[in-house]
Design a protein around this ligand. Structure first.
Ligand SMILES: Nc1nc2c(ncn2[C@@H]2O[C@H](COP(=O)(O)OP(=O)(O)O)[C@@H](O)[C@H]2O)c(=O)[nH]1
Ligand SMILES: [Mg+2]
Length: 300
């Protein structure tokens, strides 16, 4: 900063430095330009500020265009649910993704290997879960906001850390980005025996020794609250692939998913499973199904 700027200019500059949004930055820059010294030495400074302002305006317009064109920040969902893996660099996000899914992300021990989201599918007990490895939290707020925005459409977030400090920073960035989702806190690399004094519920795993990976899969499904329903034609075996619902579902909703119009021809359904008192019990259209129920729909 040139030594001969006014205190007003300095104040505008500190607002500029602390500004969090582009709008705030643009406003502060305009003020700085108006307050920059008018003598000869101020010319360079003024030109520099104007260049910065033009750049900011350009990137703001681009963002605005993107918003108007309706492009979402998130990733198109496939399967039954979407879960993002968030954490700092080297916490093992890529390792976890490659253990849980068919994806083969680049794994390396140098920092910031993951520069764009990696996607894989976890197939587990009839469920198909889309997993997204979010680029590492860096501490650079603009970068982190953009990365975390990828998880906006996710149904849950896995927070991966290896130390208390990493966990705290990741949780904090998530809060700053105002992303409120179901959180699954996972501490990786337990094989290294890093002391963990954390007063939150978490699951310890090791991508190296595979410790608790089965538990983790179970936890993901449980947190998502997914239920599977197997439909069945009368006198035939139940379908191999379930229909998956988030939370609750009624027999009517099962009909709707099987085929449009089924609901109108519905007579009754027979159910085998936890939602009924005895196998093959007849139920009506409003009956609530439970996980693993087999549903046989009878139409007129
Ligand atoms: N000891 C140990 N090392 C691990 C474990 N999981 C991952 N790593 C190593 O940690 C480094 C970073 O892993 P990576 O999956 O690339 O982390 P990312 O940056 O979060 O994607 C690699 O050298 C991995 O082999 C683990 O459970 N135990
Ligand atoms: Mg990675």
């Amino acid at each position: 900063m040139p030594a001969n700027v006014s205190p007003h200019y300095q104040k505008a500059e500190s607002i500029y430095i602390e500004a969090e949004t582009k709008e705030q930055k643009i406003r502060a820059l305009k003020k700085m330009i108006s307050l920059a010294p008018s003598h000869k030495g101020g010319e360079n400074l003024r030109a520099n500020l104007k260049r910065r302002l033009a750049k900011l305006k350009y990137s703001q317009e681009k963002e605005e265009k993107r918003r108007r064109s309706g492009k979402k920040e998130g990733i198109r969902k496939t399967g039954d649910a979407q879960v993002s893996i968030i954490g700092m660099t080297n916490t093992g996000r890529s390792s976890l993704l490659s253990i849980l899914t068919n994806a083969k992300p680049k794994i390396a021990s140098y920092e910031f290997t993951t520069i764009s989201p990696q996607i894989g599918t976890l197939l587990y007990e009839g469920f198909e879960i889309q997993l997204i490895e979010i680029p590492a939290i860096t501490g650079n707020r603009y970068h982190d906001r953009a990365s975390l925005a990828i998880s906006r459409d996710s149904d849950a977030i896995i927070i991966l850390a290896t130390t208390k400090e990493e966990l705290k920073r990741t949780l904090n960035e998530l809060k700053e980005a105002r992303i409120e989702k179901k959180k699954i806190i996972i501490m990786n690399k337990v094989d290294l025996k890093i002391p963990l004094a954390i007063n939150m519920a978490f699951l310890s795993i090791s991508c190296k020794t595979k410790k608790n990976i089965g538990e983790l899969k179970k936890k993901i499904i449980k947190e998502l609250g997914l239920i599977r329903v197997y439909t069945k034609d009368p006198k035939k075996k139940a379908a191999e692939r379930p229909i998956v619902f988030h939370g609750q579902a009624t027999v009517g909703e099962v009909c709707q998913k099987v085929r449009k119009g089924f609901k109108d021809k519905f007579l009754f359904a027979k159910i085998w499973g936890e939602s009924v008192k005895f196998p093959g019990q007849q139920v009506g259209i409003k009956h609530k199904v439970k996980d693993k129920d087999i549903v046989e729909i009878h139409l007129n």
